[in-house]
Ligand binder design. Structure first.
Ligand code: CA
Length: 529
């Protein structure tokens, strides 16, 4: 038997119209438990799962967050456990006739005076870490690059104490792919924009095999990176062609493996010198570029962690910072809320365009948005994608959505941006990193040790039980909200302060502490050959 909560029975209802609520107590509640208000449980209801507050006839809408997350497949009596096998999922919203820029959220008062210590880059962006990134054009070079990086870490890094580390931008793309297919644009621009992430200080170093389809000049065409090109031109003379720092393994000058490794190390040294000369300086909080996402969600995600992140999103927008929320399949069911919050009809149209593109992409693969939910989500009390989406959208807070990015694009404006990405944790994180995020916030209810090598990841637990069990993996415990020990606002402020500390390098996240780094995963909707 699981440990039960000593607290009195506690259920959480999200909206006055809701006819279900979720059980907050650790270990769930037993049959016969009398709830606040006098309702008696007819059966055991696990923690984070739903209980019917009234008798629900067959076909009745089951309301959570004030919207129908499903329809009763058979009569459900008040006090029963409402799980996914009792519900029919609503149809997806059509993308026709949606409200566009119809809601004008009250402009939030500016939040001034908050700063962090960051690395100012030549292009004006700000890094939260000072890393050398080695961009790979193709997976073929990954082993050699990793070998060289181990030697760089052991032999060179001790001489450059202001450099935080060296990372390979390793991926499975670059060859064996239909590189001229229209959708190949997505992985190619993702690799390019990854290498321009603010945490890499504007230093660009590429390792290429030589015969691959994704040639360095195709990855980094002159003019695609004006600032980097300008600096290279400045280095070699104003009339010179823009140059890239590329080590080509098939170059005939390389005789034997060690010759390749030494070339990479020699080039790395040039960049390490420049990176090492950089110092943190005080910059306004408006220089934060935060990507938010969730993974391993449960029914508490939309009650505790995601609302606290949403409150913090509003704080960031008020401070003039950039915040991205993503995960197409997790917001698809709330598209009407999002298009209504768009800053203009054009922004709403861009959002609809991304959703339509993704609908078609899923359809090509014989799937739809319902493919999103996992066994863990369901065990955690989330019956379907509609319920999951309603809890996911709250990460975006309440402000106007000012911009939309297609997958792999670079951020264009401050404020709240919808960066369209798959919900896959690794692909979403990779695409937000390509968009230029310098800080990542990740909420989880089931628990995931997710981390990235190049951008700090602050992990927010939705439940106290998880935060306690994973005390050395979770950075913030939003479960305090369900326990009644903290408000959404308090946890939102705690997260905001932690962001400034982590961005400044004063604090490390647990994922950084343990060096837990997931692979970068490109989104390649185009064919492979
Ligand atoms: Ca995710």
């Amino acid at each position: 038997m699981t440990a039960t909560d000593v607290r009195p029975p506690h259920i959480i209802r999200m909206h006055a119209a809701d006819n279900v609520a979720i059980v907050a107590n650790v270990g769930g509640l037993e049959a016969g438990t009398v709830l606040e208000g006098g309702l008696t449980l007819l059966e055991r209801v696990p923690q984070a799962h739903k209980v019917a507050l009234v008798d629900l006839p067959e076909g009745a809408p089951v309301l959570r967050y004030g919207i129908a997350i499903g329809y009763a497949l058979r009569p459900i009596r008040a006090g029963s456990w409402v799980h996914e096998r009792l519900l029919r999922m609503p149809e997806a919203h059509t993308l026709e006739g949606l409200p566009k820029a119809s809601v004008r959220p009250q402009p939030l008062p500016p939040l001034e005076g908050y700063t962090f210590e960051g690395y100012r880059n030549p292009d004006g962006s700000v890094g939260t870490r000072n890393l050398l990134a080695i961009t790979e054009t193709v997976q073929c070079v990954a082993g050699v690059t990793q070998f060289a990086i181990e030697r760089i870490k052991a032999e060179l890094l001790p001489k450059y104490p202001n450099v935080d580390g060296v990372v390979a931008l390793e991926h499975s793309y670059g060859c064996g792919v239909a590189i001229d297919a229209p959708d190949a644009l997505v992985p190619i621009r993702t690799v390019r924009n990854l290498s321009l992430n603010p945490n890499f200080g504007g230093e660009l170093m590429v390792v290429s095999l030589g015969c691959e389809k994704l040639q360095p000049a195709r990855l980094m065409p002159p003019g695609s990176m004006p600032l980097v090109d300008e600096r290279v031109i400045a280095d070699v003379g104003a009339n010179a062609e823009p140059l890239l720092d590329v080590v080509v393994l098939q170059d005939e000058a390389h005789v034997g493996f060690m010759s390749m490794v030494e070339s990479i190390m020699r080039q790395a040294q040039v960049h390490l010198e420049r990176l090492n000369a950089r110092r943190r300086e005080t910059v306004p909080a408006s220089e934060l570029v935060v990507g938010v996402q969730c993974g391993g969600s449960d029914a508490f995600s939309g009650v505790t962690a995601n609302p606290a992140v949403g409150f913090c999103t509003d704080l960031l927008v008020r401070a003039g910072a950039s915040v991205m929320f993503s995960e197409v399949t997790e917001v698809r069911d709330g598209i009407d809320q999002l298009t209504a919050r768009a800053a203009s009809p054009e922004v709403a149209d861009a959002m609809i365009r991304e959703m339509a593109w993704y609908d078609a992409y899923l359809q090509r693969g014989g799937a739809d948005r319902s493919a999103n939910t996992t066994p863990g989500n369901k065990k955690g009390g989330l019956s379907n994608i509609v319920e999951k989406a309603m809890g996911s959208i709250v990460k975006s807070g309440s402000s106007t959505i000012s911009n939309v990015l297609a997958p792999g694009e670079k951020l264009r404006a401050k404020g709240l941006t919808y960066a369209a990405t798959p919900a896959s944790d690794f692909i979403c994180g990779t695409l937000q990193m390509a968009a230029g995020m310098n800080l990542h916030v990740f909420t989880t209810g089931r628990g995931t040790p997710y981390g990235l090598a190049a951008v700090p990841v602050i992990k927010v637990a939705t439940r106290s039980a998880l935060a306690q069990r994973w005390h050395d993996l979770m950075d913030i415990n939003a479960g305090q909200i369900a326990d009644g020990d903290a408000t959404i606002e308090q946890v939102g402020w705690e997260l905001f302060q932690l962001m400034l500390d982590v961005a400044s390098g004063r604090k490390k996240t647990w994922a950084e502490h343990w060096k837990l780094h997931n692979a970068l995963v490109l989104f390649n909707p185009a064919p492979v050959t």
